[in-house]
Design a protein around this ligand. Structure first.
Ligand SMILES: [Zn+2]
Length: 402
């Protein structure tokens, strides 16, 4: 494997809690406590070497070792307990070996809490040029400087170890949509062989875990086959991949309906890259424990706010003279200190503060939503919660001022 720019033996630079000798004690990966259930919805907690994550949980995306526009302290203030880092971006810039030599991703970006990293596979397919998939892995050209890189299951696991990721994802091929049943079968089975190689390459450490990823497109029998193959290999958690790629909400929920019952009940389940608030609420009802999505931060940068009353486009002229907060019940800095008129002005003039405040509000809203979801499952009132959410969220924004 070629290491671009950096030739040292990175492994000797890794100094993490995970590498301490275990004194002969058995290694415990990450712990999952299932506290209560309500229908298929689950209330739990995941314990990692860097802290506990209450589930169902939403993970803000910190693509390039930063949740865009947000200081890590502010991300934590919104209630987030875990963030996601992107292997593809970090391996290309600044490089996994460099981050390892600087003490790992937690230290590098000043986020002391748990971190989940993806395998890099999804972004190789969506961002890089001239990619070529073989049984061995994927060769691609960087979208930054055109340099060639190889990503194999083993190298992906190694990179995520160098980053000191608490939850490592297996390398998989995200099956494109649409795909014929034959294409989805071949792609899923390749991912299952890569999952086995990822498991073999993963170094077990206390408080660190490896998740498998179910593929199989929108074909129920393939999803079941994939779930079975992963359970047989055995993982600390199970992700559902290859959704939210254009199939639509109905097909996504239908796929979840046939997938989550096939997964081990005593391990966390993670729906990758999803989604809108209504997706999260519906997926929790189908047994999902973890989510990640760029939507709250990306939308924050384009003037889109998520509120209890649905999506609000703050760039809309109706907000120009509105002295009211975005959401009078929200306790985030954007809502407690600024008016719709000011946020409109910032977004319209593309001021950095506007991007920051809307990202903050959106992350705050998502964490509030998850907190409400957790409380409702605990109380055994999740069906009522969903009904109330639908009414309020679907009800639309407050009426404009006259
Ligand atoms: Zn707010």
């Amino acid at each position: 494997m070629r290491l671009h720019g950096l030739n040292w033996d990175a492994k000797k630079f890794i100094q993490t809690a995970s590498d301490k000798a275990n004194n002969g004690e058995p290694v415990h990966g990450i712990k999952f406590d299932l506290k209560s259930t309500d229908g298929m919805a689950r209330r739990g907690a995941i314990t990692t070497a860097h802290g506990v994550i209450q589930t169902p949980a939403f993970m803000p995306v910190g693509t390039a070792a930063t949740v865009k526009t947000m200081r890590p302290e502010s991300v934590a203030e919104t209630g987030a307990e875990i963030i996601l880092g992107n292997t593809y971006h970090l391996m290309l810039r600044p490089g996994a070996e460099r981050i390892a030599s600087l003490g790992g991703l937690h230290k590098f970006m000043n986020w002391p809490g748990p971190i989940l990293t993806d395998s890099g596979g999804f972004q190789v397919m969506s961002l890089s040029e001239l990619r070529k998939i073989t049984e061995d892995g994927v060769r691609f050209r960087s979208h930054i400087d055109g340099s060639y890189h190889d990503l194999t299951p083993e190298r992906s696991i190694e990179i995520q170890h160098l980053l000191d990721s608490n939850i490592t994802m297996v390398l998989d091929e995200c099956t494109p949509y649409p795909a014929t049943e034959q294409q989805a079968t071949d792609s899923m089975r390749l991912s299952m062989r890569w999952a086995a190689r990822s498991k073999a390459a993963f170094q077990k450490r206390d408080g660190y875990g490896l998740f498998g990823i179910v593929q199989g497109g929108v074909y129920p029998s393939l999803r079941a086959e994939s779930a079975k193959a992963l359970s047989d290999i055995g993982f600390d958690g199970y992700a559902v991949g290859g959704l939210a790629v254009g199939e639509g909400r109905e097909a996504m929920f239908a796929t979840l309906d046939v997938t989550t019952p096939e997964l081990p009940g005593d391990r966390p389940r993670y729906l990758m890259g999803v989604g809108k608030p209504e997706d999260l609420v519906g997926a929790v009802a189908r047994g999902v424990d973890m989510f990640d999505c760029v939507l709250p931060t990306r939308s924050g940068r384009t003037g889109q706010a998520f509120t209890r009353r649905g999506q609000v486009n703050i760039r809309n002229a109706r907000h120009k003279d509105d002295p009211r907060p975005l959401d009078e019940e929200c306790t985030c800095p954007a809502c407690t200190s600024y008016s719709r008129a000011y946020l409109h002005h910032l977004a319209s003039s593309k001021e950095v503060l506007g991007l920051m405040l809307l990202s903050w509000h959106n992350l705050h809203y998502y964490q509030q939503l998850m907190s409400g979801i957790r409380a409702a499952i605990e109380a055994g009132t999740y069906a009522d919660f969903m009904a109330a959410f639908e009414v309020e969220y679907g009800g639309g924004d407050i009426a404009p001022l006259d």
